[in-house]
Design a binder for this molecule. Structure first.
Ligand SMILES: [Zn+2]
Length: 152
């Protein structure tokens, strides 16, 4: 493990108000993503002006604020950009099964995708850890094709 990557890891011991975060899923980018799953590919979009690659790909570049249509395939492998370990439920009670949510930046992409990491010991997770998107054996082009992310 790269020590520099480990130093950048931050932990919070307090509770976070998740209502402060806003999430938006664009149907168009999501549709492109799941269409790619049919062929076990991760499809995104590339901005023809600045070259930024989004996977999943929105229909507009967030930097240039222009519509983007160029479809690109990125790797199913990437690196963990950040993660959250679920040790307790919303009331603070310890959970029986610890979960690890990750944001993974696929190789060839400039954005991140959220998912669950399947790992035997959450203490092994670190920012920069190589991980791969695992899809079902038979894919149908839906979000249910996603099994998890796994360390590689
Ligand atoms: Zn752009």
């Amino acid at each position: 493990m790269d020590k520099k990557e480990r130093k950048e890891t931050r932990q919070t011991k307090d509770s976070l108000d998740m209502s402060l975060f806003k999430w938006r899923i664009e149907a168009d980018g999501l549709e492109l993503l799941v269409q790619g799953f049919k062929e076990k590919k991760v499809l995104g979009r590339k901005c023809h002006k600045c070259g930024t690659v989004y996977a999943p790909g929105p229909s507009f570049c967030r930097k240039c604020l222009i519509d983007i249509q160029d479809v690109v395939e990125v790797s199913r492998k990437g690196k963990i950009a950040c993660y959250t370990v679920g040790l307790a439920d919303v009331r603070g009670n310890p959970v029986e099964e610890i979960s690890v949510s990750v944001q993974v930046k696929f190789d060839g992409a400039d954005s991140w995708m959220l998912g669950n990491l399947e790992i035997d010991d959450w203490k092994k997770v670190y920012v920069g850890m190589p991980a791969e998107l695992v899809l079902r054996e038979e894919t149908n082009g839906t979000l249910a094709d996603i099994v998890c992310f796994r360390p590689i």
